[in-house]
Design a protein around this ligand. Structure first.
Ligand code: AMP
Length: 417
């Protein structure tokens, strides 16, 4: 038997109804904030990601699904959206259409990671990007949107961790201090962190190694290295969050692994998820658009992992009454009556009702059993009498009440329900 690829998932029946529910919330809430959906292809030229995410990140280094296509071009299945979205914005000059672009997306992403609960090789993200404003009001808008999405899914027990990694100047100053501090503790660092020290020292702050964590506990605090511009931006944002009653926790060790971030970075965590406790993250990226060939444009955005959102919702029993109901199941006693069945079902469907009828030539009794199993609200019965008199019997399965009506009045069936 051929099986699906490790780290991918097939979705069907009840599981897909959960996805429909969350996808509906994504659309609804994005609309409430005036965001427009954007879709791009699931693969891009490899340089889109290489140039933006950074050669030293785990994603580019070891997780990308990259291949040479038959034309000899290096192609990559998208590991995240921001870089692809920026490629699209620059290519189509979208920022010339609106001074402030508000965009959202939902779709599959691909990373060659070690699969485990909540970590897949094909996973899905919902995300949004606010392009064009350098001001903390836009960071706030993005956080309000992320919070609203999470709230719309009835997810309550989560924390929003937030930090600023400042502008390039502040970050360089901090990096030097951090390298000095870590060099003093070099022997005690894990091998991974030793390797990162000169390539990407900020990433060491993310280390899950217990010894590294002890060393990191006492490392310099990035917030103390912010220059005036960076500090003002962050203070204003924190002030807005305080005044808007947004709960957050300051996390000076939060850096996020990608090269393109500056200033604000944040992450959503839930303790119901186990070791993969982050279910979303984002931040500001003021230089990325220019780096991908566009005109200098500030931006901020976030992404939420949909599998992890659904895991949290499962763990908190947030999905209620997902059973799909069918409006009508048509039961008929002879398959020769099918002409009337197709007529009735066409009219009902044209009027917006869902209809199922037997196509297995099953007995009358087992058709009724199937109507029950499929959660039909009403059964339409065409027996011998009904067929001869051009009538149908309508039975309400929730109260058992039955009435017989002329087939000619089917257009007005709502009057009989
Ligand atoms: P990132 O930008 O890498 O932090 O990704 C944002 C969110 O996407 C994470 O918080 C996860 O919820 C989700 N995510 C990232 N990688 C995976 C993966 N391999 N499997 C499932 N979800 C993922």
């Amino acid at each position: 038997m051929i099986q699906n690829i490790r780290g991918t998932k097939d979705l069907f029946f009840e599981e897909i109804l959960k996805w429909h529910f969350v996808e509906e919330q994504f659309r609804k809430v994005s609309n409430l904030f005036g965001y427009n959906e954007l879709r791009t292809p699931i693969f891009e030229k490899t340089e889109v990601f290489q140039r933006s995410i950074g050669e030293t990140s785990d994603i580019v280094n070891k997780e990308m699904y990259t291949f040479i296509d038959k034309g000899g071009e290096s192609i990559t299945l998208r590991p995240e959206m921001t870089a692809a979205l920026v490629r699209c914005v620059v290519q189509h000059n979208l920022y010339n259409l609106y001074q402030n672009l508000r965009l959202w997306y939902f779709g599959p992403f691909f990373r060659y990671e070690r699969p485990q609960k909540g970590r897949l090789r094909q996973f899905h993200q919902y995300g949004a990007e606010c392009i064009g404003s350098p001001y903390p009001e836009s960071d706030a808008e993005i956080i309000f949107l992320a919070n609203s999405i999470i709230n719309s899914l009835n997810i309550n027990n989560y924390t929003l961790e937030i930090n600023s990694i400042g502008n390039l100047n502040s970050r360089e100053k901090y990096k030097n201090e951090l390298i000095n501090y870590l060099k003093d503790n070099f022997d005690k660092l894990s091998e991974d962190s030793k390797n990162r020290l000169n390539i990407n020292p900020l990433r060491i702050l993310d280390s899950k190694d217990e010894n590294d964590k002890k060393i990191i506990d006492n490392c310099p605090n990035i917030l103390e290295y912010l220059d005036d511009e960076s500090k003002e931006h962050f203070d204003l944002l924190i002030n807005i969050l305080d005044k808007s009653n947004v709960k957050y926790s300051l996390q000076p060790k939060l850096v996020r692994g990608l090269d393109y971030y500056s200033h604000t970075v944040f992450e959503y965590k839930s303790n119901t998820l186990g070791s993969q406790d982050a279910f979303g993250g984002g931040g500001r990226y003021n230089n990325l658009i220019e780096e991908l060939g566009g005109k200098p444009t500030p931006a901020v955005g976030f992404a939420l992992g949909v599998e992890r959102l659904i895991l949290i919702m499962d763990n908190s029993n947030n999905f209620v009454d997902l059973t799909k109901k069918i409006d009508f199941y048509i039961v008929y006693s002879k398959y020769e009556y099918f002409d009337k069945i197709s007529l009735i079902s066409n009219i009902l469907r044209n009027n917006g009702y869902s209809v199922i009828f037997d196509i297995q030539r099953k007995s009358f009794k087992s058709q009724l059993r199937e109507a029950d199993k499929l959660n039909a609200k009403f059964v339409i019965i065409i027996g011998e009498d009904e067929y001869r008199n051009n009538q149908l019997t309508l039975k309400n399965l929730s109260n058992g009440l039955q009435k017989t009506i002329p087939i000619d009045s089917i257009e007005a069936i709502n009057l009989y329900l």
